[in-house]
Design a protein around this ligand. Sequence first.
Ligand SMILES: Nc1ncnc2c1ncn2[C@@H]1O[C@H](COP(=O)(O)OP(=O)(O)O)[C@@H](O)[C@H]1O
Ligand SMILES: [Mg+2]
Length: 297
Amino acid sequence: MKTHILMQRTLEPLEKYLNTKGLVEVIINKPGEIILETKNGFKYIQDNSLTLEYLEGFAQQLATTVNQKFGEYHPILSCTLPIYNYRTQIMGKSVVDTNFAMAIRCASANIYPLETWFDEKEISILKNAILTKKNILIAGGTSSGKTTFLNSILSLVPHEERILTIEDAKELELPQPNVTRLLKSKMGTDIAKTTYAHLINSAVRLRPDRIILGELDIDNTLPFLRVLNTGHGGSMATLHADSVDKSIEALIMNISLAGAGGNERAIEKYILNALDIIVHLKRIDRVTYKATLKELN
Ligand SMILES: Nc1ncnc2c1ncn2[C@@H]1O[C@H](COP(=O)(O)OP(=O)(O)O)[C@@H](O)[C@H]1O
Ligand SMILES: [Mg+2]
């Protein structure tokens, strides 16, 4: 594909960084400097080839390759970096004081065993919930390990099942052979302007055994919960929230902000009907991650 060849060329100045061993994240706060994060912390590197002109050209080529836009009128780009398959967030002129900022999440998709987070009893509850197709919400702050945990439980989904995913960047690891991955730009910068409701309704018609949603937000919470409440078991999604209780509050807030407000008790009941289990994750330090499991109903 022509765009891929152009993308490869555009990536050249970044290649040596992207191929660093044990890389967790590549960060650019401003032109001329790149920061490599590994488990040992941040390493700052001055690189004069990373000019604003190069970085903006890179973002434009990336946007073109993934059918999005980047530029004066579209200064925010969220997508998957081709070739590497890393989640990438870019902020351009007018939304960042340095005119360019970028974070590429490179963490190798390590599949951790459930023992990383839980004791035997909780593991048996979770395994049973996965096999009996309960709906599971994974909540936590930024970098608390939500995606990592979701990948870990996805690895336990039977390979006979057909999985439909909806993500803004390809972060999920799916060992199952029968998978369709739908992509939704978070910023509405995709050329086709598809909405979450379009994709969620399409997912239902694509014969899923399970629907997995990368991250719940204002636009997708209600359509997703509606699918769960119409009998689609085995679904999973992640959510930014500080605790189990705050997860329910955050979902109510998402629904209200989407304009479907009303009786809060009724909304809460709707949410509790849709979900069976909430796992809340917390990062204590670079190597310690904690989880709380709560069964609803
Ligand atoms: N249990 C864990 N043990 C060690 N590292 C972890 C664990 N969970 C997550 N990580 C690491 O923490 C970082 C953030 O994890 P991620 O799942 O992407 O978080 P989130 O989706 O909540 O933003 C990644 O580098 C990941 O490899
Ligand atoms: Mg995540």
